[in-house]
Design a protein around this ligand. Structure first.
Ligand code: ARG
Length: 262
């Protein structure tokens, strides 16, 4: 009898363990797959952009390389326009959206976000000599934005005439070519792109000194990834606390605003 009970227990144990192996939690599955597939729009320096040899580089890539190391997986990067990033994550095509994504209530209805790792704002960029000197002057004006961004919703909510472009560079060209009166874009990317552009000489772009929003940046995953997000949050918290994230911003000469209060 004892032998029979032992055999039955053994069988149950083996079956349970086999079950765990095939199903597992989302985090275990990810680690078993051995890679974190991220969706990104690499037209957003210093967070993600293409290097001379076509590799995606930037602050978020550096952060994710460390996160992946901690998770024991490799980083796989899929490139696309910004407005395809969140729908792709929601549909489960990619593990994570990494694109200087601002956390908004609307987006939180469709995807899960990690804890924010920095704060940003919307900025106004105009051509030197423009009569626009602040947000108040945008009333009745035409602005360029990138499609699907918080800049687009902000400008629409404020009643400006909005010209949306799939690629950030085209939103920049629109203001240079005088197709729009101003370009609305996140502050750190504005600073980076304007610096690069102005360094070429010629017409200069000016970033107006008026931050219009406060936007926490975080990484997005599909619903159901709660345990992976919890693990990644622990890693990000450590990187915020020990200054790793601040150092990465420094490497890209970008000012860092911590999302941590106090
Ligand atoms: N932070 C803004 C948003 O979440 C803009 C992000 C644009 N990102 C990009 N990689 N082009 O809507």
């Amino acid at each position: 009898m004892k032998k029979l009970i032992a055999i039955v227990l053994c069988v149950i144990l083996t079956l349970t363990m086999a079950g765990c192996g095939t199903k597992g939690t989302p985090l275990k599955k990810l680690q078993k797959a051995g890679k974190l597939v991220i969706a990104t729009s690499p037209d957003f320096p210093p967070f993600e952009s293409l290097s001379g040899d076509g590799k995606v580089e930037g602050i978020e890539i550096d952060i994710l390389e460390i996160v992946c190391k901690e998770l024991g997986v490799t980083l796989e990067i899929q490139q696309m326009d910004f407005d395809s990033v969140l729908p792709g994550v929601q549909a489960g095509k990619y593990d994570m959206g990494v694109s200087g994504i601002s956390v908004t209530e609307k987006r939180q209805k469709n995807v899960l976000f990690t804890e924010p790792y920095c704060l940003a704002a919307q900025a106004i960029v105009v051509k030197e000599g423009s009569p626009i000197t602040g947000k108040a002057d945008l009333t009745g004006k035409t602005v360029s934005v990138q499609t699907g961004t918080t800049a687009e919703s902000f400008c629409m909510e404020n009643g400006y005439t909005v010209n949306a472009y799939a690629a950030n560079n085209d939103a920049q060209s629109a203001v240079l070519q005088g197709k729009v009166d101003a370009w609305v874009i996140d502050d750190l990317t504005a600073a980076d792109m304007v610096k690069t552009y102005n360094a070429q000489g010629g017409d200069q772009l000016v970033i107006l000194d008026e931050a219009m929003t406060t936007e926490p940046y975080a990484f997005a995953m599909a619903f159901g990834s709660e345990d992976t997000i919890a693990k990644i949050n622990t890693i990000l918290e450590g990187m915020l606390a020990d200054g790793t994230i601040a150092e990465i911003f420094q490497k890209y000469e970008a000012p860092f605003t911590s999302p941590l209060k106090g």
